[in-house]
Design a protein around this ligand. Structure first.
Ligand SMILES: Cc1cc2nc3c(=O)[nH]c(=O)nc-3n(C[C@H](O)[C@H](O)[C@H](O)COP(=O)(O)O)c2cc1C
Length: 396
């Protein structure tokens, strides 16, 4: 990674304190400089020595402690931070910052910093749902503070509900994205489709295709990293939904069509990376088709061509399609681009085993209406997504 970044981690007094250690460990592996400020309550849960060892820096907690250097610690850290992350964030710290209270080292430094600040709240479900806390969160959001929403689950107190600290890998991912991504899509609404669809034959059988969803999920993640508001419509696949992305799960072509059309109107960029079934059985059997000694003939009919429909009804949206081809790649992709009124088409050759379906890498050619095709070398699907948005954003 390019220049070394500094992250200040604020640790407050919740049961999830120990999880902040994992976030710090992940950041150190990326050679990020980490400074930790703990509240008095946090120290009741975990000894600062653990944070000191992992961050490889003195942990600061006492505002009036004998200074270790001539500098005023809270101002130094406030200036040094590229990013401030409060993990876990108690209801108390959120309330204090929202109301301008700076009565300890952490809240004073948050008040003094110009760096982006992210809170990762963790608390009991009733505390989280308390309207006072929700109003404090809202107020902070309006002032430009960011939040990594807690998840639902079994909480340390035994209650079940929202309030569980987001997974440490998600917190890490958001930190990295804030540190290193170009934020050139703030406020842009992006709709991404990913994965396969299924065409049911009877209650137990269906046909589908080999799409893993990896490309679409990488596109959604990249758009999220650049500040876009992302909705991901996904067929059945095993990919992890990027935190901060709204997910709509579908199974069939028809469900995909309904979800896409529902969201099309107020979307700025639509990227159709899903491998939607072209055909479905002419007749769906409500009962399981019995096994017999004879073979089985199924007649298939064309299913909806969603991309074509989007092209027909396009207003100001930028419409991007994918062409997975096994022959005449460029010719077929160009034909699809024009026929479906697309702005871009990403063509990939699916005959190569190390790229395309199910793999982490891809090698594509991006075609557009007005420019020569651009060949993108073999690289990770996330990097391909980056190249795609670089191109789209240059023209917007
Ligand atoms: C065992 C225990 C667990 C707690 N867990 C949480 C928690 O998960 N979230 C929270 O907001 N407060 C929790 N609290 C309450 C806070 O510690 C308390 O509000 C404290 O004043 C927070 O101080 P701080 O925000 O300065 O760290 C817990 C308290 C105890 C004793």
């Amino acid at each position: 990674m390019e220049n070394r970044k500094t992250v200040v981690i604020g640790v407050t007094g919740g049961i999830a304190v120990y999880k902040a250690l994992d976030v710090i460990s992940k950041l150190k592996k990326e050679n990020i400089e980490v400074h930790v400020i703990m509240t008095k309550a946090a120290i009741e849960f975990v000894n600062p020595i653990s944070f000191q060892s992992l961050s490889q820096n003195i942990v600061i907690h006492d505002m009036f402690e004998e200074p270790k250097a001539w500098e005023i610690q809270h101002i130094v850290l406030a200036k040094k931070a590229d990013l401030f992350v409060i993990v876990p964030a108690t209801a108390n710290v959120i309330g204090k910052v929202a109301n301008g209270i700076a009565d300890d080292m952490l809240t004073t430094t948050i008040m003094a910093t110009k760096a982006p600040v992210i809170f990762a709240p963790a608390m009991n479900v009733n505390m989280y749902n308390n309207p006072i806390l929700q109003s404090n969160i809202q107020k902070l959001k309006e002032f430009g503070y960011n939040f990594i929403n807690p998840t639902s689950g079994r909480l340390a107190c035994g209650d079940i509900g929202e309030g569980k600290l987001a997974q440490t890998e998600d917190i890490f991912e958001i930190i990295m994205s804030n540190l290193y991504s170009i934020k050139d899509m703030i406020g842009t609404k992006v709709l991404v489709t990913a994965g396969p669809t299924i065409a049911p034959i009877d209650p137990v059988r269906y046909i589908t295709n080999r799409s893993s969803g990896k490309m679409g999920y990488a596109i959604a993640r990249e758009a999220r990293d650049r500040g876009a508001v992302v909705t991901l419509i996904s067929g059945p696949c095993n990919e992890k939904v990027p935190i901060g992305v709204s997910i709509i799960r579908i199974n069939t072509n028809e469900e995909m069509r309904a979800a896409v059309l529902n969201n099309y109107e107020d979307t700025n960029i639509v990227i159709k990376a899903a491998a939607v079934s072209d055909y479905k059985p002419k007749v769906y059997s409500n009962n399981k088709i019995k096994k017999s000694e004879n073979g089985l003939n199924l007649e298939f009919i064309r299913d909806n061509d969603i991309l074509k429909e989007l092209g027909l009804h396009k207003k100001n949206q930028i419409l991007v399609g994918f062409a997975a081809e096994s022959n005449d790649l460029l010719q077929n992709a160009k034909g699809k681009l024009l026929k479906k009124n697309l702005d871009y088409i990403v063509a990939n050759d699916i005959t190569k085993a190390d790229i395309g379906f199910g793999t982490d890498e891809n090698k594509v050619i991006i075609l557009s209406k007005d420019n020569d095709p651009i060949a993108i070398d073999k690289m990770s699907k996330k990097q391909i997504a980056r190249e795609l948005f670089n191109l789209i954003n240059k023209k917007r």
